[in-house]
Design a protein around this ligand. Structure first.
Ligand code: IPE
Ligand code: IPE
Ligand code: MG
Length: 243
């Protein structure tokens, strides 16, 4: 088990990404509806954001809803969308007070209009001078969707002669992704016990350290987060080179 004091003076990741999984199973264990787990999951977001602020982590990216998640039962999707919009509105003031910049990646056009508006407002209001941390929520996001979109944009720019085919570089491709304003994640955490990426940041995670925990997202607290950072600090990152 790790505490804040143990990790504070060591290498802190600049960017932590999290696949917040296990809400449904958490609720099922308690004999409740899946939506109860989604609701409880909001407090874990709060814990992790507070812990990130304490550690001076500059980028926190949370996978909240995937493109594939639209295929879940209509009622569950409706409840998640309402919960997201409500929570963002509820915590907007707190985000501003803590100098948190809200950022969204994904296809906002898929969202019901009231959720979309609530989110757009929160982005506008937190994007002036907030620079403690960038909190990115992946909403109606999938990596294959993002990469496909970026290929379309690149092709379009080639056709319009804005860029030359021969001049395309890795950095340039990165600039066409939704995450072009973010550094690559240093650490990926997935809660809920599954050991897979589920279409999240496939390009960006190329050299991220991966941390999987059985803890379901609604149970994930500051201590669990510090444990993940502690594990990260023990890893030797080589990026294909020799140390
Ligand atoms: C993650 O928890 C939240 C979303 C994908 C919206 P799940 O809802 O996937 O919970 P499990 O994995 O079924 O337990
Ligand atoms: C990944 O979880 C998506 C989010 C956490 C938003 P899923 O529950 O959708 O992933 P699978 O279906 O287990 O791969
Ligand atoms: Mg799941």
């Amino acid at each position: 088990m790790s505490s804040l004091s143990k990790i504070k003076n060591k290498k802190i990741p600049q960017h932590v990404a999290i696949i917040m999984d296990g809400n449904g199973r958490w609720a099922k264990i308690l004999g409740k509806e899946r939506s109860f787990g989604h609701q409880k999951g909001i407090s874990s977001v709060k814990h992790v954001l507070e812990a990130s602020l304490k550690l001076n982590i500059k980028y926190l990216t949370l996978f909240a809803f995937s493109k594939e998640n639209w295929e879940r039962p209509t009622l569950e999707v409706k409840i998640i969308m309402e919960l997201l919009a409500k929570s963002i509105t509820k915590y907007k003031k707190k985000l501003i007070e803590n100098n948190v910049k809200l950022n969204i990646i994904g296809d906002l056009n898929d969202l019901p209009s009231n959720s979309r508006e609530a989110i757009k407002n929160a982005i506008k209001e937190t994007n002036n001078n907030n620079n403690n941390i960038t909190l990115t929520i992946a909403l109606s996001y999938s990596s294959r969707w993002e990469i496909t979109n970026s290929i379309k944009k690149i092709c379009n720019d080639i056709i319009r002669r804005k860029i030359k085919l021969k001049k395309i570089t890795v950095d340039m491709v990165n600039n066409y992704l939704c995450t072009n304003n973010l550094p690559y994640p240093d650490l990926l955490i997935r809660t809920g016990g599954e050991k897979r990426i589920s279409n999240f940041l496939l390009w960006q995670l190329a050299y991220a350290e991966l941390y999987f925990t059985k803890t379901n997202w609604p149970d994930f607290n500051k201590r669990n987060f510090y444990n993940a950072i502690f594990e990260y600090q023990k890893r030797e990152r080589r990026f294909g080179k020799v140390n």
